[in-house]
Ligand binder design. Structure first.
Ligand code: SAH
Length: 305
């Protein structure tokens, strides 16, 4: 499904009114501050800079009704401008699709707990309870901030892998979140692959932020049957991609999995789960656990010894 992403910059005084207009569109309206003020004496005291503009986004299905919805939004913003509520920027419209993860990832600014894993935005300081492990992430940089149901699904399933194997391959690493979690849970080395150079840069930076740079190797690329990414197959593979890619990459995932190894696969919308499972089954993976969160399915599988 294709979506249109509407974005506008607005002064803090206009944020509420613009949110209201975007809210009428009915889909995932979000507000993000463009600038945060940090208190040098108290890292927890981060607040939004009210003098800087805010970025507001909303999504509408890219269907025949979209032009009318955009037009009425534009008109409402124009009317708002007339109230003199501080400047409102020009409405920008971009086309995105389900495979476009930039759209799917809603960026969050609060620490999030998924089991014992705590995702902490890079500028925050969050106390850890006993047994918890922190992953610091800069959410501005790439996709995978821990909020998306597929990332959460993978992080949940990752905590079921006992004992944590030494080596892990993270296919479609994005921000590096899953690979970094594997390291925090006891893995010693992670290879993170991504076709997007921005993701490779972000994963590398996030590894450094977590002081795990020497154990996390982010590379641009993907897996294939022709070319192995390491001398030896991996006892753990993480692949939070999309259904089509998982189906296409199933044989390559299998070729990179060690006998007895685990595959955690996600990014699967429910209606396509059976198809993905059939491909993974044909590639000799056995299903161990299936998690559902809304319309998203995450899978834990094993490659029999
Ligand atoms: N692992 C992160 C990010 C998942 S988003 C998380 O779980 O939150 C999926 C990522 O896969 C994106 O960063 C995208 O650039 C990457 N990707 C897309 N196609 C790919 C392919 N064929 N091989 C490797 N990575 C791919």
């Amino acid at each position: 499904m294709r979506w249109l992403e509407l974005t506008v910059e607005a002064h803090s005084e206009a944020v509420e009114a613009v949110s209201e207009i975007f809210g009428r569109l009915g889909r995932g309206a979000a507000v993000r501050p463009t600038h945060l003020i940090r208190d040098p004496d108290d890292e927890l005291a981060v607040r939004e800079d009210p003098s800087a503009p805010y970025l507001l986004t909303a999504h509408v299905p890219d269907d025949p009704e979209a032009p009318a919805a955009i037009e009425s939004t534009e008109r409402a913003l124009w009317h708002l401008q007339a109230f003199g509520l501080g400047p409102i920027g020009k409405l920008r419209v971009a086309r995105v699709d389900d495979g476009d993860w930039a759209e799917a990832w809603k960026r969050g600014y609060a620490p999030q707990r998924i089991g014992r894993i705590v995702i902490v935005p890079s500028w925050l300081d969050e106390p850890m309870a006993p047994g918890e492990v922190a992953i610091r992430l800069d959410p501005g940089m790439a996709f995978g901030t821990g909020l998306h149901p597929t990332t959460r699904g993978c992080l949940t399933l990752l905590q079921r892998v006992e004992p944590m194997p030494d080596r892990c391959l993270d296919v479609g690493t994005g921000s590096g979140i899953l690979g970094l979690a594997a390291l925090r849970l006891g893995a010693r080395r992670v290879v993170g692959l991504d076709t997007d150079p921005i993701a490779v840069t972000a994963a590398t930076a996030n590894a450094a932020l977590n002081e795990l740079a020497d154990r996390f190797e982010a590379r641009r690329g993907t897996i294939s049957l022709e070319q192995g990414v390491a001398e030896e197959p991996f006892p753990l593979i993480l692949a939070n991609l999309v259904a089509t890619l998982l189906i296409e990459l199933a044989p390559a995932l299998s070729a990179h999995a060690a006998p007895g190894g685990t595959l955690i696969a996600s990014g699967i919308i429910e209606p396509r789960a059976d198809e993905v499972l059939a491909s993974l089954d044909a590639a000799r993976f056995d299903l161990v656990e299936r998690l559902e969160d809304g319309e998203w399915v995450s899978l834990r599988l094993e490659r029999p010894a």
